[in-house]
Design a protein around this ligand. Structure first.
Ligand SMILES: [Zn+2]
Ligand SMILES: [Zn+2]
Length: 183
């Protein structure tokens, strides 16, 4: 049986206040105190999964959901090697909050229609012709600003966190490189 502590030496891991994977630097951040709990161990494996699967870039929000599904699938496999139990309810909750985050960004601030993403942080409604920009700090609550037309943005790294109130609900802060900028 593999030991979870060995991961810290075998991968590029650093202690911090969140669980995250940075694709650009290939670094995993973990919360040391959480590693004594089953959920914390799974959170670390989940970040390892992103790294092992080579998650690096994406274009539209919706692809992120696929990456999360893939990462959890890999986490289930890894958990066996480490003798960890998988809490399916927890995974379900993580994916659900992710889905909610996506829907919030994509629904039109004027008429509520689920709309089309036009670039990494701009959306456009095909019903009322409204365009909006979502906030760059994606680890915060979704904020939308109505814009007159599509603008170019300079945000090159996308940070995704599924947070609720103060506690990080979903153990994954994902830094990927947006395809709109990655050449
Ligand atoms: Zn609309
Ligand atoms: Zn993840």
């Amino acid at each position: 049986m593999k030991k979870i502590q060995e991961i810290l030496g075998n991968y590029n891991c650093q202690a911090g206040g969140v669980f995250s994977f940075n694709a650009r630097t290939q670094t995993i951040t973990y919360i040391p105190e959480e590693l004594s709990r089953e959920e914390g161990k799974l959170a670390l494996l989940h970040e390892i999964a992103h790294m092992k699967l080579g998650h690096f870039t994406y274009k539209y929000d919706i692809e992120l959901l696929d990456l999360e599904h893939e990462a959890w699938e890999e986490t289930r496999r890894l958990a066996k090697d480490y003798g960890l139990n998988i809490d399916e309810d927890h995974i379900e909750e993580c994916l659900k909050s992710y889905d909610q985050w996506l829907s919030k960004r994509a629904s039109c601030p004027r008429c509520g229609t689920y709309s089309l993403q036009r670039s990494d942080n701009t959306f456009g409604c095909f019903v009322c012709d409204c365009y909006w920009e979502v906030n760059e700090r994606k680890d915060r609550r979704v904020r939308k600003k109505i814009i007159s037309k599509l603008q170019d943005t300079s945000d090159k790294t996308q940070a995704i966190i599924k947070s609720q109130k103060h506690r990080q609900l979903v153990p994954c802060l994902l830094f990927l490189v947006s395809c709109f900028f990655y050449k």
